[in-house]
Design a protein around this ligand. Structure first.
Ligand SMILES: [Zn+2]
Length: 160
């Protein structure tokens, strides 16, 4: 069997599923919805990604991880293609991804492009009696909130 018959688009997706978001390691880049397409062309696989957020240092890390994961699995002919339009929105996250975020203790995004002042559901106690502490949390992609009921601070994923 030659490598071209073994290496299918499905195989590439299976590899991409193992690449984690560097900021939220419970999420794969497929959960995040940044992989728009995988195409087999004459010169190899084209992996089409839309970066989450232009200020996000995670984007370069994600590309490096994709590259490494493919090479480790014997895929040598590929390129990572950026598609900047339409822009990524949190709507592209999978339902499974949003549930993983909640389980991880980060409030999943509810509205795109929005950093609500209050009313974000607390991932600890599910209260909506919460308030914005800082529009910048532990990274540029997260805003910091505090719950007025259980007093726990938590990050809100605001990348768009
Ligand atoms: Zn709470």
């Amino acid at each position: 069997m030659t490598s071209t018959t073994q290496h299918t688009v499905e195989f590439i997706y299976a590899i991409l599923e193992t690449v984690a978001d560097p900021e939220v390691p419970v999420l794969s880049i497929l959960d995040l919805g940044i992989v728009r397409d995988v195409q087999l062309k004459d010169d190899g696989f084209h992996i089409i990604i839309t970066p989450t957020y232009s200020g996000c240092p995670a984007t370069e890390m994600i590309q490096l991880q994709i590259r490494m994961a493919l090479l480790e699995n014997g895929i040598q002919h590929f390129q990572i293609v950026h598609r900047l339009s339409p822009a990524w929105t949190t709507d592209w996250m999978t339902e499974a991804g949003k549930q993983k975020l909640q389980a991880y203790g980060i409030a999943p995004p509810e509205k795109k492009f929005a950093i609500p002042e209050d009313g974000v559901t607390c991932p600890q106690c599910h209260s909506t009696n919460t308030r914005l502490v800082s529009a910048f949390g532990s990274t540029a992609c997260k805003a910091l909130y505090q719950c007025s009921d259980c007093k726990e601070p938590f990050d809100y994923f605001k990348c768009h």
